[in-house]
Design a protein around this ligand. Structure first.
Ligand code: CA
Length: 158
């Protein structure tokens, strides 16, 4: 997360699910919740109205004063980040407009399947080195034989 700051804006599939469930509880009509419906809900976050207005401006991508599922999810995510102390972006990060992506899971490094993967890579590496060494030996032997043959011919000629 430190190395890829854009990932803080990414909405995970789990978050998106939660947002969708909230969206449905606001009884959307024709796939949208109105500004009034959303406003009441967003005010429950405890954020000041001015901050919520800024979030709304970012999330309502087509400026129609309504929120579809994606816009609502973006607003929810921005509210969550703001509550965690993250500065709001000046423009909507592109990653927020994309389908939800699983967050990079750094703890994977410690689980058994990735240990297996590491083992497999280790083995591949040794096989690779072994093939290199083998080729080198074969090559050296061939060179040696060739030189011997040449020397033999030279001997014969001289
Ligand atoms: Ca909209």
């Amino acid at each position: 997360l430190v190395y890829f700051p854009t990932f803080i804006w990414a909405i995970s599939p789990e978050e998106r699910n939660k947002h969708d469930q909230k969206f449905d509880t606001l009884s959307p009509s024709m796939g949208y919740v109105s500004g009034e419906q959303a406003r009441k809900f967003f005010l429950q976050s405890g954020l000041p109205a001015s901050v919520l207005a800024a979030i709304w401006a970012l999330a309502d991508m087509n400026n129609d004063g309504k929120m579809d599922r994606l816009e609502f999810s973006i607003a929810m995510k921005l509210i969550k980040l703001k509550l965690q102390g993250t500065q709001l972006p000046t423009a909507l990060p592109i990653i927020m407009k994309q389908p939800p992506v699983p967050a990079p899971n750094l703890s994977n490094l410690g689980n058994p399947s990735s240990t297996m993967t590491n083992l497999a890579y280790g083995m591949l590496f040794y096989i690779y080195i072994w093939v290199l060494v083998k080729n080198l030996i074969v090559h050296s032997v061939k060179m040696f034989l060739t030189i011997n043959t040449l020397l033999g011919i030279l001997n014969y000629l001289i």
